[in-house]
Design a protein around this ligand. Structure first.
Ligand SMILES: [Zn+2]
Length: 266
């Protein structure tokens, strides 16, 4: 079984004309690649026509057992004022955790406006996910999501499951080193098989080494994800399959860890 813990319903890659069509295309891509379930990450900017926000994502995934959702709080626009809304959505099982976009938006993981969200996730034993690393067109964004801040959050909330996605590319070795002694940090792999990410991060062999070390340190805390439609599902599956780790560890990455961490009922 494969769970892709990081997809978007978006028209960014120009492969479909509407978000409904994009969802259907995603289902086909999942079936083609043997992916049974996917966690859809809504954009934190609302009402865009080319990427689903939470309201639209709920509408698009309603009735589909293949899909789960995260929430994406609007820290800049709304501060901490929506904590109750997200708490209720998590308690009702409609969303399985929260994704934060420091860098996309100008705030740091250590921003006090985020703290109430971290507290409720810690209380509900649901994870938070941090977007990290460069954007293809803007390397400055990574100043905001440097894992040195994420380590501070993880230490302040020691029972909180803190997930890093994109491995702070291109500084993957730095990200490994700075996080390695913080036990409640998790890694979700979206983007790590992308050709541009690999090229800028020092190549596929280096990426494999870092991921192998990470799995060795945290066999229960590495989670499969792709960032579809920006990144292809098959390349990401091939990267995980190529790692020098046991079949049991691969099975954990592909599905078991996501089930545990996001408390998925499947
Ligand atoms: Zn993404």
């Amino acid at each position: 079984m494969i769970i892709d813990s990081h997809v978007h319903i978006s028209l960014y890659e120009d492969n479909t004309k509407s978000l409904e069509e994009n969802r259907d295309f995603l289902l086909k891509e999942m079936a083609k690649n043997g992916v049974n379930y996917a966690i859809v990450i809504p954009d934190n900017i609302e009402h865009l026509i080319d990427i689903a926000d939470l309201k639209k994502a709920i509408e698009l995934t309603k009735g589909y057992k293949e899909f789960f959702l995260l929430g994406s709080p609007q820290i800049i626009q709304r501060g901490s004022s929506k904590v109750h809304k997200y708490r209720e959505l998590m308690e009702r099982g409609i969303i399985k955790g929260l994704k934060f976009f420091p860098g996309h938006d100008p705030y740091y993981p250590t921003d006090e406006r985020c703290f109430p969200y971290y507290s409720i996730c810690e209380k509900l034993n649901l994870p938070i996910v941090f977007h990290t690393g460069e954007n293809s067109n803007d390397s400055k964004v990574s100043e905001y999501n440097d894992p040195k801040y994420i380590v501070k959050v993880a230490k302040k909330y020691p029972k909180l499951k803190v997930i890093i996605t994109h491995y702070f590319w291109p500084k993957i070795e730095y990200c490994y080193e700075i996080t390695k002694n913080t036990p409640n940090i998790y890694f979700e792999l979206a983007g790590t098989a992308d050709p541009e990410v690999l090229e800028k991060s020092g190549g596929i062999e280096k990426m494999k080494k870092v991921l192998e070390k990470t799995v060795k340190d945290r066999p229960n805390q590495v989670i499969f994800g792709t960032d579809w439609p920006m990144c292809s599902i098959d390349k990401q599956i091939a990267l995980v399959r190529s790692l020098k780790i046991s079949d049991g560890e691969k099975e954990k990455i592909f599905c078991k860890n996501a089930v545990e961490v996001y408390k998925l009922q499947i």
